[in-house]
Design a protein around this ligand. Structure first.
Ligand SMILES: Nc1ncnc2c1ncn2[C@@H]1O[C@H](COP(=O)(O)OP(=O)(O)O)[C@@H](O)[C@H]1O
Ligand SMILES: Cc1cn([C@H]2C[C@H](O)[C@@H](COP(=O)(O)O)O2)c(=O)[nH]c1=O
Length: 216
């Protein structure tokens, strides 16, 4: 039975890498995938992983009907044996419904990849719909780690190096972005709640009141 599978995790846990591996393994056996993405850091129409791999993809836009796109493609003689949707958190709920219809009516497997929650710990609408509709939700096995060593479960946004909890839900960026601009850091829940990033923790450890008292 074809399935709608949602592979979810924090930023930087290997979702796009897994998407590219699934694509590689299937295309090595002669299968052809339809690859959707939206707002990949590598630019429009690209699906990229931090390991350096990248492939072409169809850039999803506002109002695009993903089911109709596949039906058009197939009716024009194109081939699609399965579907990959990366950065699925950026898809509209209706587009997730269209992906579910692709599974049920076109009988194709759909593999969706995305972060579940935003920097405020709130569900992205697309991810919420995936949790509601997916046949399976898979949490990635490679753990992204908080600076304290615990499993990272949440995404923090920093502006000028300071963690923020207000702002636009969508701002494309990376965990390696510099302290001057908008960046992201993955944290465990405890440190997300305490707004404690790696930089804040370092600064606290160096604060004078925790330094050894000098002997005079
Ligand atoms: N230099 C590196 N060497 C080995 N693994 C790396 C390196 N850089 C990144 N990675 C791996 O790639 C993962 C990020 O992969 P990516 O697919 O871009 O993540 P996601 O799509 O979930 O944001 C990291 O968690 C790490 O496991
Ligand atoms: C937490 C959070 C993230 N984003 C953006 C930042 C990145 O461009 C993507 C996630 O990509 P990744 O491959 O999973 O690292 O999402 C955002 O727009 N809003 C957020 O709250």
């Amino acid at each position: 039975m074809p399935e709608l599978v949602f592979f979810s995790g924090t930023m930087d846990c290997g979702k796009s890498t897994l998407a590219l591996q699934i694509e590689h393994n299937r295309s090595a056996r002669g299968l052809v995938g339809m690859i959707f993405t939206r707002n990949d850091r590598a630019g429009a129409g690209k699906l990229s992983s931090r390991l350096g791999l990248v492939t072409d993809a169809v850039e999803v836009t506002d109002g695009m009907d993903l089911y109709a796109h596949l039906v058009d493609h197939l009716s024009q003689g194109g081939r699609a044996d399965y579907v990959i949707a990366d950065e699925a958190q950026f898809l509209a709920p209706e587009q997730i419904d269209q992906l579910a219809r692709v599974v049920d009516d076109l009988e194709l497997d759909v593999y969706a990849f995305g972060i579940t929650t935003d920097f405020r710990t709130k569900l992205f609408p697309g991810s919420q719909r995936l949790v509601e509709l997916a046949d399976r939700v898979e949490v990635l096995q490679v753990e992204a780690l908080c600076w304290c060593g615990a499993r990272a479960t949440h995404n923090a946004r920093t502006v000028g190096g300071v963690m923020v909890v207000e702002g636009a839900q969508v701002v494309v960026g990376d965990v390696t972005d510099s302290a001057e601009e908008i960046g992201y850091e993955v944290l465990c829940r405890r440190h997300h709640r305490r707004r404690m990033t790696a930089a804040t923790a370092r600064a606290a450890a160096l604060a004078p009141d925790v330094l050894p008292v000098p002997r005079s």
